[in-house]
Design a protein around this ligand. Structure first.
Ligand code: ZN
Length: 306
């Protein structure tokens, strides 16, 4: 089995089967050793107590004062016999002014420090961030417009209008990302807002009524005008910016002629294995990105190269 991508490991047992049991959930919240991970706007609490950044966490007792303002806790699961929760404290204007939080570390965008995070901390922080963002953007029912309230340990929001009563669940938007090769070369594209030397493999969202392999085919045709074949799934990666699941594929081009047909890309061109190999070797020694895109490029470039 392939090793999981970054953000895919949390070390948690999510205990999904217990989330709807409110008595059990309350018991978890009362446990002295329960851990809470605060999220503030789009940032996570990061501890700087060690040389490298780590997940910033408090016990439920240490965060009592903040919890007096009754933010809802999201139950994340169990890790090493300890219940883990996250809490969105975006209602606080300046978390730097809260001594309990200051004692742990700073609020940081995990995108900026992912490479230095322990893998399981990366996954845990991404999960907390994605949940906080979902709650923030689903305060109102999209059927009737009434307010919604969190239920099931924060894994569902229920409409407060009893005539509607709709239940809303956390969203994950599926996106496909694909390395398209032709013999000893692959297509990389540069988006319009990227610097001149930044290129990556092609990607796009899965549309309603579409299979994921259909989305791979359509996106490649849409972006570079090339028909493809032999689509093979590689692995997936949660990408919490804000709520994507990246599905990684390899595919082969049936033509070498690139025609940029949509507005997304500034340019796209073929890169040979020789052009990519140096970076791929450096990546294998020390990844310089946590993205599945870099992993796919590196694996392709080093294939049959030992
Ligand atoms: Zn409703």
């Amino acid at each position: 089995m392939k090793s999981p991508n970054f953000y895919a490991e949390t070390g948690l047992n999510r205990m999904a089967e217990r989330r709807s049991d409110s008595v059990w959930l309350s018991e978890q919240e009362e446990k002295q050793n329960a851990i809470v991970l605060p999220v503030w706007r789009t940032q996570n609490l990061i501890s700087h107590k060690s040389a490298k950044p780590q997940v910033g966490q408090l016990t439920i007792n240490e965060i009592t004062k903040i919890l007096e303002q009754k933010p809802h806790l999201v139950f994340l699961g169990y890790r090493n016999g300890t219940p883990y929760f996250s809490v969105d404290i975006s209602f606080i204007d300046d978390p730097k002014a809260i001594p309990e939080l200051q004692a742990i570390g700073d609020f940081t965008d995990i995108r900026d420090i992912s490479l230095d995070l322990p893998r399981k901390d990366g996954g845990l922080l991404a999960y907390s961030r994605a949940m906080a963002q979902w709650h923030k953007t689903h305060q109102f029912c999209n059927r009737c417009g009434s307010p919604t309230v969190p239920k099931d340990g924060g894994h569902m929001r229920q409409c407060t209008n009893i005539d509607c009563n709709a239940q809303h669940f956390p969203r994950t938007d599926m996106a496909v990302i694909m390395l398209v090769s032709s013999g000893d070369k692959i297509i990389l594209g540069r988006k319009k807002d990227w610097p001149n030397d930044r290129f990556s493999i092609l990607a796009g969202f899965v549309e309603p009524g579409e299979t994921i392999e259909g989305a791979v085919e359509r996106e490649v045709m849409e972006e570079v005008g090339i028909p493809i074949t032999n689509i093979r799934y590689h692995s997936s990666q949660p990408w919490p910016y804000p709520s994507n699941l990246m599905l990684g594929f390899f595919a082969e081009a049936l033509s070498d002629e690139i025609h940029i047909t949509d507005d997304e890309l500034a340019e796209a061109r073929w890169f040979t294995r020789a052009e990519l190999i140096e970076e791929a070797i450096a990546y294998r020694k020390k990844p310089h990105s946590v993205s599945i895109a870099r992993r796919l490029i590196s694996e392709w470039a080093l294939k049959n190269k030992g």
